[in-house]
Design a protein around this ligand. Structure first.
Ligand code: G3P
Length: 218
């Protein structure tokens, strides 16, 4: 299972990379705006900076919503670094753009997936990744993890190469349940990954080991 971090914050990306378990980064226009990255030159420079930190795929999202615009933007993004994955929204022109980039051997991530039908269309168009937003489905009392299960079944039925990238992950249980279902990748905040390492009995046990050692050794 791959771990991606879902942020454009360079310090957090570096911290996750230094942990030694990071496989890639996902960004989106909201995350770039949150870091105050505006204007095409700055956006492209920021993607280059992210690629310099991580060993793995870096999803960079197009802003255009028409086929020609997505192709134009995607080609500029893909030329930045071989780690770049062109992130394309699940809309009709987006499906055409997925097919275009798939034919050219450029990796893609189809974003804003909220149904199994959308995931199937993206896989048919040759997407490298599909990004079902499980947290946003949970937010509206819909079963985000159930969607991961459905997509897993469909992709396995037909041996699609498209990887399931569970996005909008909010907490460690999302990661654990995605691992049980067989999602190929999760992307989420550093806090969710760090929470996987925590257990109160580990802290209590370590404190006791250290106290016993100190007592025995003066
Ligand atoms: O990057 C796409 C997705 O992970 C967004 O997550 O937390 O904004 O729903 P969130």
């Amino acid at each position: 299972m791959k771990f991606f971090i879902d942020t454009a914050n360079l310090a957090q990306i570096k911290e996750a990379q230094d942990l030694g378990v990071l496989d890639g980064v996902t960004t989106n226009p909201s995350l770039m705006a949150k870091e105050g990255i505006t204007g095409q030159a700055n956006v492209l420079a920021h993607y280059r900076a992210i690629c310099d930190i991580v060993d793995g795929d870096v999803s960079a999202e197009v802003i255009s919503t028409d086929f020609e615009g997505m192709v134009r933007e995607g080609e500029i993004l893909a030329a930045l670094d071989e780690k770049i994955v062109v992130k394309i929204p699940m809309i009709k022109d987006g499906v055409k753009a997925l097919k275009y980039f798939s034919n050219k051997g450029v990796k893609t991530n189809c974003t804003l997936i909220f149904s199994a039908g959308q995931a199937l269309m993206a896989a048919k168009a040759g997407a490298s990744y599909v990004s079902p937003f499980i947290g946003r489905l949970d937010d509206i009392s819909t079963d985000g993890l159930g969607l991961i299960e459905s997509i897993r079944l469909i992709f396995d039925n037909y041996a699609f190469d498209t990887e399931i990238l569970a996005a909008s992950v909010r907490h460690p249980m999302h990661i654990i349940e995605c691992a049980q279902i067989g999602a190929d990748v999760i992307t989420g905040p550093l806090s969710a990954m760090e929470a996987l390492m925590k257990h109160p009995l580990t802290d209590i046990g370590l404190a006791k080991f250290l106290a016993d050692h100190a007592k025995a050794n003066g």
